[in-house]
Ligand binder design. Structure first.
Ligand code: GLU
Length: 471
């Protein structure tokens, strides 16, 4: 049987980092062993599932580059098949109709509570042969009453569940729709899953699923339950801890490989290595190396990885992602300098693509005001002469390129007996509107001659007005 893993999200929200980690581990394991990775959308909860959420999951998977070999399969398309299996279980006596009313169940629970027992279904309808008039029954799985289920978990080792602790689970509601544990079992079986890798919040479902699989005479898949992800305060990671949606990280300027690299280390390690390319992950990933304890989400480390990937990725690759951010700012990078060059100029300094995109505005868009603090400090009377001289020389420059521009700035500073910064900084504020940019020569080269001259003009007007205003 071909090794097959799956990611089986319920589309009730966006793709969050916990889900993405499950998807990544399942994907890696399949890739590592030349198997198949399946995407299955568990959308049977029709009240909570939305199409927007399905799209958000597909978008997240696509952005992360976790391509699936089969699917997406939708559980809502498989109701006939679930019915068939439920029927089979009924026919072979592994399931039965339960007519218990809400009142009867409440009474049962009350009694159990009073006796300090675990609330559970006692099996009242197990041996009932006659239907109850006027009641739409649910269908329950006839769980074995004796013995134990041993989950031989690839992460946690053996976990033993006593059958006496598991009651008869509802597998079909009174309207005939199947419940979660049934659909998962049928799908895992039909889709030939050999490895079920999922969050450990599902560990308690596993013995129930194993019992149903056994009743169907199926071969069991192997299970690997991943430890939880916690926020810095030790509670389960949630919105309170900041961004948890995968696409939110795109919006905040992260590269997918930074997030993937971060996620792979959340619960998995290979010595003390921190940086993993996708190829390396695929080569090294083993379930045995998954930690047994929960891991803590650390946004600073993710930011550090992002900076690493911005710095070390090819400028073309970064530019492809930056282009999206430019678009978000209403900028079409086709109108202006080559975005790859803009990236090259800034790769060393940006921690996020949002920062890089914000700092790249001046290469594509004109502005009509200077950053007030930068202007106050740099666009004053003393800057008038150097800016005028620079403007005149730049206007005459034969080749508009960083190196000759650098020469101009240097020469003007020398001629006026000024430190380079006294010339370069007012020039930077004039040309970019603010105090931060890549080296001034590269900056001007990218902005282009016409725009630079116009902006110096604007700065000179600003200085002149300031002199007048100050008397
Ligand atoms: N649909 C379940 C969830 O989103 C996962 C089911 C499974 O992995 O078995 O939590």
């Amino acid at each position: 049987m071909k090794l097959t893993t799956r990611f089986a999200p319920s589309p009730t929200g966006y793709l969050h980092v916990g889900g993405a980690r499950t998807a990544l581990f399942s994907w890696l394991y399949a890739r590592r062993h030349g198997g198949d990775f399946i995407l299955r959308i568990e959308d049977t909860d029709r009240e909570r599932s939305t199409e927007a959420s399905v799209n958000a999951i597909l978008e997240g998977m696509n952005w992360l580059g976790l391509e699936y070999d089969q699917g997406p399969f939708y559980q809502t398309h498989r109701f006939d098949r679930y019915k068939e299996v439920i029927q089979q279980l009924l026919e072979q006596g592994s399931a039965y109709y339960c007519y218990c009313s809400r009142e009867e169940l409440d009474k049962m629970r009350e009694g159990q509570r009073a006796r300090k027992e675990k609330p559970r279904y006692t099996g009242l309808c197990r041996s009932r042969t006659e239907p109850r008039e006027g009641v739409d029954p649910v269908i329950r799985f006839r769980n074995p009453t004796e013995g134990a289920v041993v989950v031989d978990d690839l992460v946690r080792g053996k976990v033993v569940f006593q059958n006496s602790e598991l009651d008869d689970l509802i597998i079909a509601r009174s309207d005939g729709t199947p419940t979660y544990n049934l659909t998962v079992v049928v799908d895992d079986l039909d889709m030939g899953l050999t490895h079920v890798i999922r969050g450990d919040d599902h560990l308690n479902n596993t013995p129930r699923q194993i019992n149903i699989l056994k009743a169907l005479g199926a071969e069991l898949p192997k299970y690997a339950h991943l430890p939880m992800i916690l926020g810095a305060d030790g509670s389960r990671l949630s919105k309170r801890h900041g961004a948890v949606g995968v696409m939110q990280y795109r919006d905040e300027g992260y590269l997918p490989e930074a997030l993937l690299n971060y996620l792979v280390r959340l619960g998995w390690s290979h010595g003390d290595q921190e940086i993993f390319s996708m190829d390396e992950m695929v080569k090294l990933f083993e379930l045995e190396d998954i930690n047994h304890s929960a891991s803590t989400f650390n946004p600073e480390k993710l930011l550090w990885l992002n900076q690493h990937y911005i710095k070390s990725s090819s400028p073309e690759h970064v530019a492809r992602h930056l282009s999206w951010h430019m678009g978000q700012r209403g900028i079409d990078p086709a109108h202006g300098p080559d975005l790859v060059k803009v990236v090259e100029a800034q790769q060393e300094r940006a921690k996020t693509l949002v920062e890089m995109a914000d700092n790249s505005r001046c290469f594509y868009l004109d502005f009509d005001t200077f950053d007030p603090n930068a202007a106050k400090k740099n666009l004053k009377a003393a800057a008038e002469e150097p800016l005028t001289k620079i403007r005149d020389t730049l206007a005459e420059l034969e080749i508009w390129d960083a190196e000759p521009i650098h020469e101009v700035v240097k020469e003007v500073a020398e001629r006026l007996d000024l430190k380079l910064g006294k010339v370069a900084q007012p020039l930077r504020v004039a040309a970019t509107g603010g105090a931060i940019s890549p080296p001034i020569d590269i900056t001007l080269a990218l902005i282009g001659r016409e725009r630079v001259l116009q902006r110096i003009e604007m700065a000179l007007t600003f200085i002149a007005e300031r002199i007048v205003a100050n008397g």
